[in-house]
Design a protein around this ligand. Structure first.
Ligand code: Z5A
Length: 230
């Protein structure tokens, strides 16, 4: 597949949605044209796709409502796990894989690591079971790059609260969010080839600059190396 899947991960309020949007605007404005032009011949350009989990497809939007509606009754952890997996399976087959074949750069708000962190570390579901389910849902499709926006849990939750909306997951207790954070930390240590840590405690502008730098390096290695080989 010639496209690239770039995922934004982390605990609530780390700024994933903010940074993903900024990144999308920057790329659309030609932010990395110098790297991309090495693989694009003539006027051919790569599509840029912005998506999220849960909720990246029509089915996913309905699943998202079930999962995050703060007025809904509690969902059993295994049922919750399976709903995230269903959302992902549809997302991968209907959107992500076809777009990667199409050569797209995909910016995705959360993916498989969120399930390990939230349902595994947070809810305590067996990690091996989650890995198997992730494998089934994705057919083994990993991200090419995951930007882990690392923020202190309490600062992140405060930012999310100040925004004014609190969903079902955000209502969970602090100990839950700390376990989730530990999950991201361990995933980062176990997957240095794929996960890059971004210190999200800085200003929006500073975080955006760090992300630009990381993407510039990655795009060079992905696309310029290939142009040398072809
Ligand atoms: N979940 C799961 O359990 N298992 C799974 O497999 C998957 C997901 C895929 C998705 O919710 C929920 O689903 C999530 C995990 C669970 N749990 N919760 N809650 P979501 O998509 O609605 O929300 P989120 O992913 O948690 O994101 P968020 O709360 O919207 O946070 P964020 O995207 O990281 O932050 P933000 O919206 O960009 O920023 C939050 C506020 O902080 C906002 O007012 C910004 O203006 C402000 N902000 C952003 N950056 C900064 C900086 N640098 N400084 C100061 N203020 C800032």
């Amino acid at each position: 597949m010639s496209g690239k899947l770039i995922v934004f991960e982390g605990v609530e309020g780390g700024g994933k949605t903010t940074q993903l949007q900024r990144c999308s605007n920057w790329l659309r404005a030609g932010g990395l044209q110098d790297c991309l032009s090495t693989v694009c011949s003539g006027n051919q350009t790569r599509p840029l796709v912005v998506t999220r989990e849960p909720g990246g497809t029509l089915l996913g939007a309905k699943v998202r409502q079930l999962l995050l509606d703060r007025d809904s009754s509690p969902i059993h952890p295994r049922a919750e796990l399976l709903l995230y997996a269903a959302d992902r399976a549809e997302h991968v087959e209907e959107l992500i894989k076809p777009q990667l074949v199409n050569g797209a750069i995909i910016l995705c708000d959360r993916y498989t690591d969120s399930t390990i962190a939230y349902q595994g570390y947070g809810r305590g579901i067996d990690l091996k079971l989650i890995e198997e389910l992730n494998q089934i849902a994705t057919g083994g499709l990993e991200s090419d790059l995951t930007l882990w926006l690392d923020i202190d849990v309490e600062i992140g939750l405060e930012r999310a609260r100040q925004r004014g909306t609190v969903d079902r997951m955000e209502q969970a207790d602090l100990a839950f969010h700390r376990r989730v954070q530990q999950g991201f930390q361990e995933l980062y240590q176990q997957n240095p080839h794929r996960i890059v840590r971004v210190d999200a405690s800085y200003s929006e502008e500073e975080v955006h600059n760090s992300i630009q730098k990381i993407l510039r390096e990655r795009f060079k290695s992905w696309f310029q190396e290939r142009s040398i080989l072809s």
